[in-house]
Structure formats: C-alpha cells, structure tokens
Design a protein around this ligand. Structure first.
Ligand code: AKG
Length: 270
C-alpha cells in the first residue's frame, strides 16, 4: 500500500459538485494543475510519443506500459496511430506520481466516500491531428466488467471515478469528450461498443451529448455509468489527455495491463 504525499494540502470539492457528479454524471474542475505541472507532463508525453514511433504495431508491452498502436503505409512513409498508452506511469514514472497526486486522490475519496482507492487506470490519449482516433459512445462500467465477476459495486454508487486531465486546450474542433447528461441515472446498460450498431440509439440520444471544453490543467470527472465518447480531432493541434481511474477498495477483481497497476493508495486529507 502506498500513501500519496505530493501537495498534501486539502483539496475540497463543494457539496454541490459532488451532487452534480451523481445527478448529471460529470463535472469539470478548472485549473487543478498549473501550467508548470502541465509542461512537465508534456515532456513525458513527448518521450512516450517518440517511443511509440520506434515500436511495432499492436498491443506492445514496453517498460511496463502497454502501447496500443496502429501502423500503416501510405506508399512512401509509415504512419503511426497511437491509440493509447495504458499504465503510462511505468514507462514514465512522473506520470504515475502525477496520477496519484493528492488533489486527484482527495477528489476520488470525497466522491466515492473512502480513504483508500485502487489506482487502476493511468493512461494517455494523444489524439493527434489527422490520426482519426475516436471513442464510440460507451459507459466505463463495460470496460470495468460490471455485471461480471470482475466487479462488485461496494459503495452502491458505482464504486468508480474516472478523471480526465486536459493537457492541451480542448476545443470543439479537436475531438472533445462528449457527455450525455443524466445518462448515469440508469446504471449499467451493457451498451454495444460500436458506432455502427443502431440498437444503441434506444438507450440515449447522441444529440443530447455536450462537449467538455477545457483548458490545460482542468479535470473532468465522471462515473462508470455516464455515457460518453469522442470524435476524431479535426484541428491542426493535438488533443492530449491524461486519464486516471480509481476504484473503491475491494470493487475491482480484474488485472489491468501495466507493471504495478491496481495499487491500493491511502488518501490523506491534510
Ligand atoms: O479520450 C477520449 O476522448 C475518450 C476518453 C474515454 O472514453 C474515457 O476516458 O473513458
């Protein structure tokens, strides 16, 4: 078990924000991280991107992180699409430290009502211009294995929180995350993970989804049942996000890829 020590002052979420998290399904907390901290994260992301260019395609374990990469040739050059880097903090320890920063951990504790949490997601999405990376509408409860032996909802409220930190400015053009307000109220729906599957429209109306526009350093928080997705980046600038996910102790039974993933972390409130 590890304790989060960095920046150990109290970071308090107002009660109305916690209520909004459970009622609307997502909240955005602005300016959680400073521009200096974001610059440090960018240096780590640049190194991960350079590494990805040298790796084969597929799901490649490298330095304890899983790089998910597509490569294709356009005739003369090889194009690399980095879909995600899972448990990125093994290859770049600074990202593990930032992912367990006390501001994130304290928000996780206040939302889930716990003083420890399992850190199960520590991931980067690059979404570079022209890479056509997108994420079909889904609930994270599917990825966590709700309804199977992989997950037990211990706190009766989903037992999970995902936090997406904006590294670049997130605009309407660069593929912002799209959240369907109040979709969390219906619990786990077992949605098909496929944009083409028309049965998905019986569960929600994609036109209701709202974009999460954020400045670098802001963090979007959402629960396991909130329906969300994102479209490709149509701009000329990257839309990188750094994602961390925390489970209520005892909720998760799945092993996630990455050296050290799933660690139980103590949450200090002062
Ligand atoms: O990076 C994105 O746009 C999608 C992220 C996402 O779907 C998630 O964090 O569950």
């Amino acid at each position: 078990m590890k304790s989060n020590t960095k920046n150990s002052s109290q970071f308090i979420l107002p009660k109305n924000k916690i209520d909004e998290f459970y009622e609307v399904g997502f909240i955005i907390i602005e300016n959680v991280f400073t521009i200096n901290e974001i610059s440090n994260i960018i240096q780590a992301l640049n190194r991960l991107e350079s590494t990805a260019l040298l790796l084969d395609q597929g799901m490649i374990m490298h330095n304890g992180s899983q790089f998910v990469i597509d490569k294709h040739s356009d005739g003369s050059t090889i194009q690399t699409k980095i879909k995600r880097v899972v448990w990125c903090g093994s290859a770049e320890p600074k990202l593990l430290k930032m992912g367990q920063d006390s501001r994130l951990m304290q928000m996780a504790g206040q939302i889930m009502g716990c003083n420890q949490a399992n850190h199960i997601i520590n991931q980067v999405h690059f979404k570079l211009p022209g890479d056509n990376v997108f994420f079909p509408f889904h609930q994270d409860s599917r990825h966590r294995g709700y309804g199977t032996n992989s997950w037990k909802d211990i706190n009766g409220k989903g037992s999970y929180v995902q936090m997406v930190m904006a590294i670049d400015e997130v605009t309407l053009d660069n593929g912002p995350m799209l959240f369907v307000p109040h979709s969390c109220r219906n619990g786990h729906l077992d949605l098909p993970y496929d944009e083409e599957d028309e049965t998905i429209s019986q569960y929600f109306n994609a036109e209701d989804a709202v974009p999460a526009l954020m400045n670098p350093g802001s963090v979007a928080l959402f629960g396991p049942y909130t329906i969300h997705g994102s479209k490709p980046n149509k701009s000329y600038k990257p839309r990188r996000v750094f994602i961390n996910g925390f489970a209520y102790p005892g909720a998760n039974f799945r092993d996630y890829p990455g050296k050290g993933s799933g660690e139980l972390i103590d949450i200090h409130t002062e």
